[in-house]
Design a binder for this molecule. Structure first.
Ligand code: NI
Length: 283
């Protein structure tokens, strides 16, 4: 019976782990991997280990109360307490699961409809001019969020992005696509820093920075997670962030996202298909 309760807790825990909200899934999946093992651990086994700890704690607390003469594996009294505690946890988890499910459904409706990704933003370009999403209306955009001090992932992604842009540009009868880099590290990535940084990539790339508040708003609109890590002795730090490239249509609306591992040709194929379809629709 105790085993059965335990099994029940386990299976519910597994379900619970799967019912993370979609945005968490999204973020955990696309998050930077460098030097952030803790995030990985948190997203992997956080809840089940927490539950296990609660159960263990309940058991050991009960064991402490018992006289040391009780040498049985688990005394009857502690077994009863364990089952009660287990039952309590099961009921609580069930309740929480139901609440989570409701919240998840709501979230799903939002993100599957894709309407919730993107939206208005106000940032500063490399000429120091304030720009908004409206300034890009009429253009196909590829948005990438990152930071200039990123040691590996951002340069790789921006290089990939530049190749995609070149390939799209080379396809006749299709519009060009505008590559845009948005910093998630406004503290270090000033207008001048971004201006210098993007020179390493596509000549048409637009670099956007802004105040902490402006960047925060833009990232929130695109569901981009970012978090600056601890500073080392050189005051250097890594910013953990979501690695996604977003395709935005000429109407300013989000169309599709590309994760870190998508191949160049796959992305080019997808964008050109979208462009061709939209051309057909409008003519
Ligand atoms: Ni990066």
């Amino acid at each position: 019976m105790a085993f059965k309760v335990f099994q029940q807790i386990r299976s519910i825990t597994i379900i619970r782990n799967q019912s993370h909200s979609i945005s968490n899934l999204f973020n955990n999946f696309f998050r930077h991997t460098h030097s952030h093992n803790s995030h990985f651990l948190n997203s992997k086994g956080g809840q089940s280990s927490k539950l296990l700890t609660i159960t263990k704690r309940a058991l050991s607390a009960e064991a402490k109360k018992k006289k040391p003469t009780n040498r049985g594996p688990i005394g009857w009294a502690s077994l009863a307490v364990f089952m009660l505690t287990g039952g309590g946890i099961v009921a609580y988890v069930r309740y929480e699961k139901e609440e989570k499910r409701k919240a998840k459904e709501k979230e799903m409706r939002k993100s599957v409809g894709m309407a919730a990704i993107g939206g208005p933003f106000e940032l500063v370009d490399t000429n120091g001019k304030t720009v908004t999403d409206k300034d890009f209306f009429g253009k196909w955009l590829l948005l990438y969020f990152g930071f200039c001090h990123c040691p590996d992932i951002c340069p790789d992604q921006l290089e990939k992005l530049s190749t995609v842009v070149e390939k799209i540009d080379a396809i006749p009868n299709l519009p060009n696509v505008q590559p845009v880099f948005i910093t998630v590290d406004p503290h270090r990535d000033t207008v001048a820093a971004v201006k210098e940084y993007i020179q390493d990539f596509h000549p048409r790339m637009v670099g956007l920075s802004g105040t902490e508040e402006q960047v925060k708003k833009a990232c929130k609109a695109y569901r981009v997670y970012y978090s600056a890590g601890p500073k080392d002795e050189d005051e250097d730090y890594i910013v953990d962030h979501t690695i996604i490239t977003y395709l935005i249509g000429p109407d300013g609306k989000f169309i599709e996202y590309f994760g870190q591992n998508r191949e160049i040709n796959e992305i080019v194929g997808s964008i050109s298909t979208r462009m061709a379809l939209s051309k057909k629709k409008s003519s």
